[in-house]
Write a protein that binds this ligand. Sequence first.
Ligand SMILES: [Fe+2]
Ligand SMILES: [Fe+2]
Length: 296
Amino acid sequence: MTTETTTSLAAPGWRAVNLDVLKRIEALPSLSTVVNEFLELTRREFFTAKDFEAVISKDQALVARLLRVANSALFGNSRRIHSIPEAVVLVGLENLKKIVFSVSTEGLTRLRLRNYNYEPSRGYWMHSTAVGLAARALVEMLPQKMLHGEEAFVAGLLHDVGKLIVDDFLDPTAGKRPITLAEEAEAAGMNHAELAEFILQQWRLPETIVLAIRDHHGGDESAAMSDGAKILQLAQIITGTWSIGRGEPVDLSADFDPTPHADRFATLGLPLGKTPQLIWDIRQSLTGLEKLYPED
Ligand SMILES: [Fe+2]
Ligand SMILES: [Fe+2]
């Protein structure tokens, strides 16, 4: 059960968007419509692998990619997998959900950012995926289900989608660098979180996801910050410990100290005593992250 009661979205068209920005948004690869269908499915109290198959089979490109992933070295199966039911049995429902959401968002997450300080080829994908996996692990540890695990994962995958637009308005001669929200707003008229709100509303993603992403750089003091935004913020702080997406290979050896973030954990109902388990779970889900990257 979701407890998003703190704030809500503004009406569409709430802010004048610069025409050049609109053109760039229109040029973005579209988000597969199956994302919304899957989110809808995972919100049901009961659903089975068969329900997932029914949605997957509507999208032949997704079927092809799913079978490729199931046949990849990742699952170490010697026998060739030819059908969705076989793939489901092999990878399991939990992995299937991760694969489906990763694959159906990868047209966006595989794009490269020229001006932000990510590793050039797949740094943006690694950062987005890591925040998604960490947000999912975090939600699963929380005493109250504030967001579904899949919503948290999709929110993480798409949280920096606004950067794909801002990137086109930054000065490439300045080189790759950390870029502030103010600098983004000056370049594109809105920062990447505000742009994401606009984009994700157009794509009709659930309000919980849009709010989480809109506020993922909001301050601590904001009483109006949604639970999803708090989850995304913590997922970013935790994955930031390992600088994922800034360079390769991923090194998860640095210790995460939760004490400076005790208030953030407390507002989500997670005592500091539970953070070692959480960090263990997140490390588990991020181990071998590079191997999940889709090959051409
Ligand atoms: Fe981010
Ligand atoms: Fe961000």
